[in-house]
Design a protein around this ligand. Structure first.
Ligand code: BEZ
Length: 252
């Protein structure tokens, strides 16, 4: 299952993805002159915030349309297309930063291995992504709805616990110095169409082999199943749970 990205829809209706990450940048505390990799840069907003601190930033993303939009938004910054499971840096960096990306990487060990190779000894990894229990109500409704159509649900996402991800990082020499897993209910834009927009943006791979009519029915069914939990005063509130980690590459 391959997620296809619509960079326009992403920028116009899902700005919360980067707006929530301001304090993740504070956790990283980038210093002027540091070399930083923004892993999964999307349309570049956080790459730009990082660059504004005086660091030298390189944004990479697996999706060509996202990279093109990032480059158009910030022509003075450096972006490239690369997969989190298979990337290299020209020279080891002081920090790897990544927001709302690693839950898309279903081969997490490959990503952690690349990250560990990219970091200098003492370099920092600062990441936030969906952790265990993320979007539980939405995923349950997706499962129920697909099963009612005689199809099985294969999650396109990876939502680990803090313990599981810590073990993985340690295997590659990264020591966790800060880690939390917490609920972060996330209001979606555009009132009553918020959840439908979210599903079309982020769950399109799950719908891929359904007709447009079936997709529409499925979305309505998911809304019906989650409304009592996730719809409040005219706004859909996605049941996000965020894993936030800072880890340091051991000196070998
Ligand atoms: C998240 O940011 O938690 C997320 C985004 C899209 C799909 C699943 C999870």
């Amino acid at each position: 299952m391959q997620t296809t990205w619509n960079s326009q829809l992403y920028e116009n209706q899902h700005a919360f993805v980067w707006q929530y990450a301001e304090d993740l940048i504070e956790l990283l505390s980038p210093q002027p002159g540091e070399r930083i990799l923004d892993l999964g840069c999307g349309t570049g907003q956080l790459t730009d915030r990082l660059a504004n601190t005086g660091s030298t930033v390189w944004g990479i993303d697996a999706d060509a349309t996202m990279v093109a939009k990032a480059q158009q938004n910030y022509p003075h910054l450096k972006f490239g297309q690369a997969d989190a499971r298979n990337f290299q840096v020209e020279e080891p960096v002081d920090a790897v930063f990544s927001n709302a990306v690693l839950h898309w990487v279903k081969e997490p060990e490959r990503a952690v291995e690349c990250i560990s190779r990219a970091l200098k000894p003492g370099g920092r990894l600062v990441v936030e992504f969906g952790g265990r229990g993320n979007i539980q109500a939405i995923a349950q409704a997706l499962t129920n709805t697909l099963e009612s159509l005689g199809k099985s649900y294969v999650s396109p996402w990876y939502f680990p616990s803090l313990g599981d991800y810590t073990i993985l990082l340690e295997k590659y020499g990264l020591e966790v110095v800060y880690g939390t897993l917490r609920d972060r209910p996330t209001p979606l834009q555009d009132g009553k169409t918020g959840l439908a927009n979210w599903l079309r943006m982020f769950a399109n791979s799950v719908f891929a082999d359904l007709t447009l009519e079936m997709q529409q029915q499925m979305i309505q069914e998911i809304e019906a199943q989650t409304r009592s939990k996730l719809y409040q005063n005219g706004t859909w509130i996605a049941d996000y749970r965020r894993l936030r980690i800072m880890a340091v590459m051991k000196n070998v």
